[in-house]
Design a protein around this ligand. Sequence first.
Ligand code: ADP
Ligand code: MG
Length: 745
Amino acid sequence: MATLRDPLPLGGKKTSEAFEKVFGIRTVGDLLRHYPRRYYTRGELTPLAELREGDHVTVLARVESATLAQYSRSRFPNGGRKTTDRAEVTVTDGTATLTLTFFGGAGRHVRALQRGKIGLFAGTVSTFRGRRQLVHPEYELLPVDAVDAETTAEAAAEYATELIPVYPASARLSSWRISQAVQVVLNILDIGEDPLPEEVRQQHDLWPREMAIRAIHRPQDRSDLQRARKRLKWDEAFVMQAALAQRRMAAAAMPAMPRPPEPDGIAAEFDRRLPFTLTEGQRFVGEVIARDLSCAYPMNRLLQGEVGSGKTVVAVRAMLQVVDAGGQAALLAPTEVLAQQHYRSITALLGPLASAGQLGGAEHATRVALLTGSTGVRARRSALSDAFTGDAGILIGTHALLEDRVQFADLGLVVIDEQHRFGVEQRDALRDKAVGSRPHVLVMTATPIPRTVAMTVFGDLEVSTLAELPAGRSPIATHVVPAAERPRYLERVWQRVREEIAAGRQAYVVCPRIGDEAPGEAVGDDGGIAADDADADFTARRPPLAVLEVAPALEGGPLSGLRLGILHGRLNPDEKDRVMTAFTAGEIDVLVATTVIEVGVDVPNATAMVVMDAERFGVSQLHQLRGRVGRGVAAGLCLLVTDAPEDSPSRERLDAVAATSDGFRLSRLDLEQRREGDVLGATQAGRRSSLKMLRLLADEELIAFARQEASAVVEADPQLAGHPALREAIDDLLGPQRVEFLDKA
Ligand code: ADP
Ligand code: MG
């Protein structure tokens, strides 16, 4: 007998190695979670006309003919000849045909592949003389036709409708080798206790686990499959939600220092000095956060809000509440440019409130310090010292904040801006800098996250949303510019940019690449290119446009006479700061940049954006980017320039971005097009590629139910003492990171 955790009981070392190398399958459980990709019905052959060249396919087809051909393969210099045999086999689905070609051993194949036999054939589709073929396919014939004199009509019908599982396969491991291994394992499987409690199974009409596992690999019919899938999805959702519930409970049990509001402190003064009225949403979320901060256990809140919805002010108010209560706050930003901008705009908003101990400082005041990788020696020393002594109430910075030497007197609140750029590890690293008790944590993102993703990826966070934009924002008009089809349109783009500048405005030109890469270096900048979003076939044609090539071309061409600036991730930090300051001051008309400007950059006078090779960017990324030009009172304009052909998936995505300004809809679209693994990606805490069956978007309802049930089970029995099988499943899910995952709650 073999349990799920046992190593694969497959005789040969070579076979086990292949399973591990190709699919990362090590244990019985791993193999049983390698689910079939699809199922063929014995009586229904694969439509051969739909095969595409270059695909690795496994098809079910019937042999139509098999012939042996002698041919001379080569003529040797000495005049001798070598004769080789070749088999040419034609298989059919009843309509279309496919040629199988074998060199060498041809006689054996011709004998095996007799007319009328049905089998699975696997190989890579190529074309030879206009016909599609598989060269040297692997094949496996189905057992001899069951229909003979003794077979009843029923048996024959059953035979014809039998489902044949087809597994994700590779050249080294064919679908049927995997299928055989699964059969071996199923024969000796000792599945053990079911991790799903009986009540939950009954309540939601779920099969026992063993039944589901057997059925997914060896279904009797299609309705079996549905029930098996439902149960296996529940496994994934339930176990993950139970792990998250444990983490939440552990977090709630941690003590934190309450930081209640002070009616007569800096925060109150800040509110009085604000140059605008808070939106309804900002006020409401502010109250929720103020209450969270007053509690004796740590806040763990995700604040999501459209680009430009004013999250920063909400964060500053929270930070000041903590400062008023005697604590400190740290604000972590993903880029140097953004950290510097936060520093500038927050000190400006605070005015004399940020000048503690200085001439002109207000009565209640604190200090704001900036710490990034490029902060000079003296400024760094004073920032570190102010953080350590507590003189700095607010410390703003990049990853530099995470370094060991950064120490706080009393860190009470951690704010993480643009969460999508960080992993849980960074959140944890910063949080660990609090002495004694846990700090409160506020993470912010402008990439809205659908409910189920928030529940799964950020399952331990409460979620608040800023839905409205501050009044007086102007809409952004977005247009797709098909440069390849209509070169004239591109001329018009630059003309529009010139018009904006003539009207006293500024513009961005965004390119996917910097352009100083060494030959062969991977193209990529500040996380700029969403390679998984691009259509590989189309984008492979030429390298993406680069800042360092486009800027001089514009300067010497369509934008000559304008003041151009350049900004990208590899400029030295002083230079970055200089360029941003000049652009903010209006001394640069057009900023040619990479996606360093994607997050948070706020220059209200910039009203136009041209995105070159727009298809290279992800949907959410484009939405973020264009948010840079909707910040002022003048209407924003965003032009997405692309060579992607009409009707291509790339073009469809761009059209979608142009058609809606709803970030939630776009982020959904984005998620639908990515693989789940990428969704969970870096933000996934200690969970390996654990989702095989579950689809975060499609299975929203199921996940919500599973969360409910799992939370109830964990609340009643936090250590899961009465649920050993569930505990074991959580261990398997989290792997070695389990302790860390729960401890760091
Ligand atoms: P985001 O949510 O994208 O981070 P920001 O916090 O950068 O947005 O805010 C964008 C701009 O809107 C900033 O210039 C900010 O000062 C301004 N702002 C924030 N709240 C309001 C408000 N209630 N009314 C007017 N302007 C506001
Ligand atoms: Mg922001």
